[in-house]
Design a protein around this ligand. Structure first.
Ligand code: JD8
Length: 252
């Protein structure tokens, strides 16, 4: 899979892209990530990419020309042109189902904005898929793009060392629950011990314990994950009046 990232801050990605899982996948030719500095497509001698909003108001708007022309040049670099995605707080929510769709693409082109966002004509001319990673305000699209890349690449065949581990993930299709607690050595730490069943060597009993613990935790913390009406429309999630979602949640 080839991933092109368009951004005003390519340096934000370098630490993330250098991490071992990703750099190994890049070295093995499974994934190719190319960064493109939108500022290089500025028309103006001062390399200006933003301007004041028509109609007034606070902040600056990303100009249409550098973004549109950078996207066109990058898409023309290689074929296929790729699935064009703009990270935007107004986009459809990134879910594991969306991640699975994106992972099936041969090429993704991710466009990251800054400031108060893009001139509307970026959307009108390019008709991108718009994706939001969640209902909180970020300063730009870069962190959201990294979340998309991180979620997508682990579904690209052979990227994960252990090929099977992602089919068991909490949110992959066919699995909408949370996972049971995990432990490693030592067997006792500050008076807290590992559940006996995990030390028993009885694989059937361990599998049954994990399944029950996962279901219990899901019901306590994320009952919405087991509710089909909520799966279709996350804003439908509500708690029964006076109920605690999870009495075992850590207190802060
Ligand atoms: C792209 C500019 C900041 C957006 C004023 C300051 C995604 N889940 C998400 N939350 N926020 C973003 C996101 C925020 C962005 C840009 C994505 C470009 N900003 C602006 C409009 C309101 N702020 C996001 N994906």
């Amino acid at each position: 899979m080839r991933i092109d990232v368009l951004t005003l801050f390519p340096e934000i990605f370098s630490g993330y892209l250098g991490q071992s899982l990703l750099s190994k996948a890049i070295a093995r030719g499974l994934i190719e990530v190319r960064l493109h500095d939108i500022r290089r497509w500025s028309h103006d001698k001062h390399q200006k990419v933003d301007d004041r909003p028509y109609g007034g108001g606070p902040g600056m708007v990303l100009k249409a020309e550098p973004v549109v022309e950078c996207v066109e040049a990058v898409r023309a670099e290689a074929s296929p042109a790729g699935c064009l995605i703009v990270l935007s707080p107004q986009g459809e929510r990134l879910t594991q189902q969306v991640v699975e769709e994106l992972a099936a693409e041969p090429r993704l082109v991710l466009v990251c904005g800054r400031y108060e966002g893009f001139d509307q004509r970026v959307f009108d001319l390019l008709r991108p898929r718009e994706i939001s990673i969640g209902d909180y305000v970020l300063n730009g699209g870069e962190v959201a793009a990294m979340a998309v890349i991180d979620a997508v690449i682990r579904l690209v065949p052979d990227v994960l060392g252990d090929e099977q581990s992602h089919v068991q993930d909490s949110f992959s299709s066919g699995n909408r629950g949370l996972e049971a607690a995990q432990y490693t050595r030592p067997r006792e730490y500050r008076g807290l011990t590992v559940p006996e069943v995990l030390l028993s060597g009885d694989h059937a009993a361990i599998a049954q314990w994990r399944q029950l613990e996962g279901l219990r935790k899901t019901q306590q913390r994320r009952a919405d994950l087991n509710d089909d009406s909520v799966a279709a429309n996350p804003s439908a999630a509500t708690l029964e009046p006076g109920t605690e979602r999870d009495t075992n949640l850590p207190k802060h």
